[in-house]
Design a protein around this ligand. Structure first.
Ligand SMILES: C[S@@+](CC[C@H](N)C(=O)[O-])C[C@H]1O[C@@H](n2cnc3c(N)ncnc32)[C@H](O)[C@@H]1O
Length: 234
């Protein structure tokens, strides 16, 4: 794929927040390039696509977190599972800078960072290469006319289904009842099976869960988390 073939995409979320601290600027300048899976600037290197995940992670299973926010869950999973490699995608540069600080403090090495839209990353991932994916508190877009911006739409889910292995697990957390509705409608349509058998399966967090910043805010504001687990069909 060349730059001219790259699809035009609107990103509606925030790319920048308040001014970065000096230390955060240093993390971005000093650490980000080495942690990039190669998806940044891939237009100039089309012969190197799709990304070589074996070269990146030495043949380990690869997991993906979409919209990692401040990165607490991403670093937690990387630390708890040193036998896998995990890639996080997040366009909000303040979040990326927060993650880089956490990576320095945790000294994890099985982690890669795409500082941009997950759709651009999925374009360059090999088919059936991801064995677990996390979509944790995606932007809720509460107004009906904005529902098509949600991540749980075919524009995002079809590429996600393409890059996930048959049998791979997709976790979605949300505190918005209408987001649950759309997720349960759209995700199975994209080739995933919802694994819940009883209410505790969506009411109780996963065993290895660490609560994210957004979840903490939702809980403070009285909203109820839902934990949805899907499996990519063969
Ligand atoms: C509500 S926040 C939740 C952040 C974090 N997962 C948490 O639970 O604290 C949603 C995040 O998804 C990111 N996001 C939105 N669209 C995205 C996309 N297409 N690719 C990657 N990240 C995206 C936003 O920038 C934002 O940081």
């Amino acid at each position: 794929m060349t730059q001219t073939q790259r699809p035009h995409r609107n990103f509606y979320g925030r790319l920048k927040g308040k001014a970065l601290k000096k230390s955060q600027k240093a993390y971005l300048d000093e650490d980000l390039a080495a942690l990039s899976p190669g998806a940044v600037g891939w237009e100039e290197n089309p012969e190197r696509l799709p990304l070589d995940l074996d070269a990146l992670f030495g043949g380990r299973d690869v997991w993906l977190e979409v919209g990692f926010g401040g990165g607490e869950h991403l670093v937690h999973q990387a630390q708890a599972n040193p036998e896998i490699g995990i890639i996080g995608a997040e366009p909000y540069i303040n979040g990326v800078a927060m993650l880089l600080g956490k990576i320095r403090r945790a000294s994890v090495t099985n982690l890669a960072v795409h500082p941009g839209d997950a759709r651009d990353l999925m374009d360059v991932l090999p088919a059936a290469s991801i064995s677990k994916a996390f979509l944790l508190y995606p932007d809720p877009w509460p107004k009906a006319r904005h529902h098509r911006r949600r991540f749980v739409t075919p524009e995002h889910l079809e590429p996600l289904a393409r890059v996930m292995k048959p049998g791979a697990i997709l976790r979605v957390a949300t505190d918005i009842p209408d987001y649950v509705r759309q997720t349960l409608e759209e995700v199975p349509r994209a080739g995933f099976e919802w694994l819940a058998e009883a209410p505790r399966d969506w009411r109780v967090a996963w065993d290895d869960w660490i609560s994210t910043r957004y979840e903490q805010k939702a809980l403070r504001e009285g909203r109820v988390p839902h934990y949805l687990t899907f499996q990519r069909r063969a």
